[in-house]
Design a protein around this ligand. Structure first.
Ligand code: SF4
Ligand code: SF4
Length: 329
C-alpha cells in the first residue's frame, strides 16, 4: 500500500477548516505521561468522573482502539468568538453585568461538528471509517492533549490546556487513527526537543494560576478537577460545594478564567470562521433576568443539539440558583 502524503493531509485539513494538523506515530504513552495519569487517578483528582478510570489501558495506548494503527492525525478547530472580550480588551459595563456560559458552549455541540468534519476529512483522503480508520471527537479514551502535543500542534500549558503557538487555546481537538502509513510525521526527536513538551510555552508566566478562583491548578500542568468550576458546573451532580456561587462570579456553565488570563489567548486569539460554532442568536439575546427565570421549556429550545445538554436542566438550574443567591447577598 502506498504511503499517504502528509502534505496532502495537511492541505486537506486546512481546506476543511482546521487551524492546525499534525501527524504522530501512535503507541504506548511514554512512562512520564503514564505515571501522571496513574497518579491523577490514584489521588482521586478526577473527582466523580469515573469514566476516566474505564478503559485506562486504551488511554495509555491508542493502538488498542484500532487494529494495525500506524498513523495518528491530530487536528485543532477554533471556537473563539468575541461575545466575551477575546484579546486584551476591557469589557464594557453592560457586558460585565451579563451572565454567561463558557465560550465554547454558545454554538452547536462540538462533538457533532468535529465528527462531521473528520468524516469529511476521511472521505477526502479516500479512506473509509471502520477497519482502516477511526475518528474521535472527545468521544473515546484518547489522551488528546498529549497526542496533539506529540503531533507538533503545541504544548500543554500550566492551565492544563493545549496551547498553539501564536494562536492560543480556544480549540477543540480531534483525532483520526489510520492503519495507513504516512510519508512524514511530526513527532521527530528534534521537534520534541524544541517545544513539544509540557510548559514549553509558559516560561515564568503564572497568569492562569493567579486567575483561577478555586486554586484548582497545581502549577505543574495538572489540576484537581474536584475544585475546578468547569467540572463542578458541568459534570458534578448534586449540591455545589459552599462558595461555588461566589467563585463563579458571572459564568454559570463552565469557566474560562484560566484561558482568558493566558497571554497566548490575549495576544493571538482569532474569531472562528466555523458557522456551527458561532454563538446562537437566541443565546446571545438572553439577559441576566431571562437566565434567572430559565424554564425547562426554555432550556430545551435554547440548547437543542448543544453540548450544554451535558449539565442537564437540573444542573443548569442549580448553577443559576447559586449565582442568583450570591447576587442577592
Ligand atoms: S477552568 Fe476556572 S476553575 Fe477550572 S482551573 Fe481554569 S480558572 Fe480554575
Ligand atoms: S497563562 Fe501563562 S502559565 Fe498559564 S498556560 Fe498561559 S502561558 Fe502558561
Amino acid at each position: 500500500m502506498s504511503k499517504l502524503s502528509s502534505r496532502l493531509i495537511k492541505e486537506t485539513a486546512r481546506r476543511i477548516g482546521f487551524s492546525a494538523c499534525g501527524l504522530a506515530h501512535p503507541g504506548p504513552l511514554p512512562a512520564w505521561r503514564e505515571a501522571e495519569w496513574r497518579r491523577f487517578l490514584l489521588e482521586g483528582r478526577h473527582a466523580e468522573m469515573n469514566y476516566l478510570e474505564k478503559h485506562l489501558e486504551k488511554r495509555l495506548n491508542p493502538c488498542l482502539l484500532l487494529d494495525g494503527a500506524r498513523t495518528m492525525v491530530c487536528v485543532a478547530l477554533n471556537y473563539a468568538h468575541s461575545l466575551a472580550p477575546l484579546r486584551d480588551e476591557t469589557p464594557d459595563e453592560n457586558e460585565e453585568n451579563e451572565w454567561k456560559l463558557a465560550r465554547y458552549a454558545y454554538g452547536d455541540d462540538y462533538h457533532d461538528v468535529m465528527k462531521q468534519k473528520l468524516r469529511l476529512f476521511l472521505h477526502e483522503l479516500g479512506l473509509e471509517e471502520g477497519a482502516e480508520a477511526r475518528v474521535f471527537a472527545d468521544t473515546a479514551p484518547i489522551d488528546e492533549k498529549f497526542w496533539a502535543m506529540r503531533a507538533g500542534l503545541g504544548a500543554i500549558g500550566r492551565n492544563t490546556q493545549l496551547i498553539l503557538p501564536q494562536a492560543g487555546s480556544y480549540f477543540f481537538l480531534g483525532e483520526m487513527l489510520l492503519t495507513a502509513e504516512a510519508d512524514a510525521y511530526d513527532d521527530t526527536a528534534a521537534h520534541a526537543a524544541a517545544k513539544n513538551v509540557p510548559l514549553a510555552l509558559c516560561g515564568n508566566c503564572r497568569a492562569c494560576i493567579e486567575a483561577c478562583p478555586t486554586k484548582a491548578l497545581d502549577g505543574k500542568g495538572g489540576m484537581d478537577a474536584g475544585r475546578c468550576l468547569s467540572y463542578l458546573t458541568i459534570e458534578h451532580r448534586g449540591a455545589l460545594p459552599p462558595g461555588t456561587g461566589f467563585a463563579m462570579k458571572d459564568c454559570f456553565y463552565g469557566c474560562d478564567r484560566c484561558a482568558e488570563a493566558c497571554p497566548w489567548n490575549r495576544r493571538f486569539a482569532q474569531e472562528t470562521n466555523c458557522p456551527e460554532l458561532m454563538p446562537r442568536p437566541a443565546l446571545t439575546a438572553m439577559q441576566r433576568e431571562d437566565w434567572m427565570k430559565l424554564s425547562r421549556e426554555d432550556y430545551t429550545r435554547l440548547f437543542r443539539k448543544s453540548a450544554v445538554k451535558r449539565a442537564k436542566f437540573e444542573g443548569l438550574r442549580r448553577n443559576i440558583d447559586a449565582l442568583t443567591e450570591e447576587n442577592s447577598r
